[in-house]
Design a binder for this molecule. Structure first.
Ligand code: URP
Ligand code: ZN
Ligand code: ZN
Ligand code: ZN
Length: 510
């Protein structure tokens, strides 16, 4: 009879690991230092040179490499039921691919089914994701209708379930779209409970009108997708969302800023003092809208995402510059992948092509290539826009998004000289297509450490099913709410009586 092997739970196995990363250049958003990093029980315990560490500790030599906070991708849609189908990268395959590319945390979007409450939808996502994720994750929740019950559920999610952000759609007519009065209410609710409002900014009414016209004129192919939602349709919605958020003094995060005009609206709003953050995508900086003109229908449909990639081929460079100059703050992926037969649902009508592209695996490499390798941004800014800013905005910092004593050991050891060519043939993702196909990138994650466990080891992927944890985001994060509190003004009329003047003077003195 064989002796039963005592199984050590995964989280305890990792806790037994001790790791020293030696001789690397540690990059945070605010500086680069030569430092070793000692990790125990999944936490960074010591930093510096000549550290005294226990014998038997595994050492990784990071000479000539950058040691950076693992990427945080704040925009994924794993196993998302959308447009009559379901995205093919699930929480396992999606997070595995994330880790392969140097991302150690993702934030996905709970989107409620029709007749499902926000809390029920959240529970459904947790049930599926908890057992599959290879890295830590958090959840945003989409608000796709408005009622007192929705408002109540938002508060429950924030207070009891660690949700810190809600996404509202200004597009997807007859599916998810909210109108201005509902946006105002949702933004007010977010502000009341200390959450961040997020918007998908496109004018849904104009898109519906344009699509109708195009289809009537016989334009049915993927090129109609961009034609029905041009830049100004995106830019108008960005501006409208900024104005509404500012009027109710709610922090705002614009997801997937895909065009120069939209990015300029974010830049202008920030200059006016609006508390708004802009996220662009790996897709928007790594490829462009000329792909919609491709003769191969599958190729063109493979690039369908909303808002669309832009025909102006200067857009990727403009967006990288915007990231470098802090006109935009975050790079996400909006990973939402569909195989050929799923994209084919829109073979005769571009409005039926499931919207979404890949990016979770290649986001870091694409931005390194187009940003750092191209000489447009330095490694510190790369860290800011791939990790630290998301951690700050979604109140995960300094647990995530920084290499510091006490932070989670989510680390990527980045080789800035090694090259690889992106391809669907070799990628980890489940999807059968890659929008970055054939792109040569310089910069590869040689080691990826997730909560202290080496999950990419000398470029070999060793991600572990179910190893990740759900991370709570607390409300009223200081990085955004300090600004909101500073801007908060009690409405005040003209003091026409002595009593009013006295009351205002007392309030001013307080
Ligand atoms: O095309 C996209 N972006 N698909 C995912 C859903 C969304 O709007 O983010
Ligand atoms: Zn969206
Ligand atoms: Zn083809
Ligand atoms: Zn999305």
């Amino acid at each position: 009879m064989s002796t039963p092997v005592k199984k050590v739970p995964i989280h305890l196995q990792s806790a037994q690991n001790r790791l020293l990363i030696k001789n690397g250049k540690v990059v945070n958003d605010d500086g680069i230092i030569d430092s070793d990093v000692y990790i125990e029980d999944g936490i960074i315990r010591q930093m510096g040179r000549n550290l005294i560490i226990p014998g038997g500790t595994r050492t990784i030599d990071a000479r000539g490499k950058y040691v950076m906070p693992g990427g945080i991708d704040p925009h994924t849609h794993f196993e998302f039921e959308f447009m009559g189908t379901k995205s093919v990268d699930d929480f396992y395959q999606g997070t595995k691919a994330a880790v392969a590319g140097g991302t150690t945390m993702i934030i996905d979007f709970v989107v409620p089914r029709k007749d499902e409450s926000l809390v029920e939808a959240y529970e459904r996502y947790r049930q599926s994701a908890d057992q599959k994720v290879c890295c830590d994750y958090a959840l945003h929740v989409a608000v796709t209708s408005w009622s007192p019950k929705v408002k109540e559920d938002m508060a429950i999610l924030v207070k009891e379930h660690g949700v810190g952000s809600f996404k509202m759609f200004m597009a997807y007519h007859d599916m998810f779209m909210l109108r201005d009065p509902e946006l105002i209410e949702t933004f007010k609710a977010c502000k009341e409970i200390g959450a961040i409002a997020m918007v998908h900014a496109e004018n849904g009414d104009l898109i519906a009108e344009n699509a109708k016209k195009l289809l009537a004129a016989g334009v049915t192919g993927p090129e109609g997708h961009e034609m029905s939602r041009p830049e100004e349709v995106e830019a108008e919605a960005v501006n409208r969302a900024c104005v509404i958020a500012n009027q109710v003094n709610c922090p705002l995060y614009i997801v997937h800023v895909m065009s120069r005009s939209a990015a300029e609206q974010v830049e202008a709003a920030r200059k006016r003092g609006v508390c708004v953050f802009g996220e662009t995508l790996a897709a928007a900086i790594g490829t462009d809208g000329t792909n919609y003109l491709h003769k191969c229908w599958r190729h063109a449909a493979g690039h369908v995402i909303s808002p669309p990639l832009r025909p102006d081929t200067d857009t990727p460079r403009v967006l990288v510059n915007m990231l470098a100059k802090d006109n935009l703050q975050v790079t996400g992926s909006d990973n939402c992948t569909f195989n050929a037969e799923q994209k084919a649902l829109g073979k005769d009508d571009f409005t039926k092509i499931p919207n979404g592209v890949n990016g979770v695996e290649d986001r870091m490499a694409v931005l390194w290539e187009k940003g750092v390798h191209a000489g447009i941004m330095d490694p510190m800014r790369f860290v800011a826009v791939t990790s630290t800013n998301a951690a700050k905005i979604f109140n995960l910092y300094p647990r995530k998004g920084v290499i510091a004593v006490g932070s989670d050991a989510d680390i990527v050891v980045w080789d800035p000289n090694r090259k690889r060519t992106i391809s669907a043939q070799t990628h980890v993702q489940a999807v059968d297509f890659n929008i970055f196909e054939g792109m040569e990138v310089t910069g590869v994650p040689e080691y990826v450490i997730v909560n202290g466990r080496v999950c990419v080891d000398e470029c070999e992927l060793k991600a572990v099913h179910g190893f990740g944890k759900y991370i709570n985001a607390d409300p009223f994060g200081i990085y955004v709410y300090d600004m909101i509190n500073d801007k908060e003004k009690k409405p005040r009329g003209i003091a026409r009586t002595e009593a009013e003047a006295k009351r205002y003077a007392e309030e001013d003195a307080a």
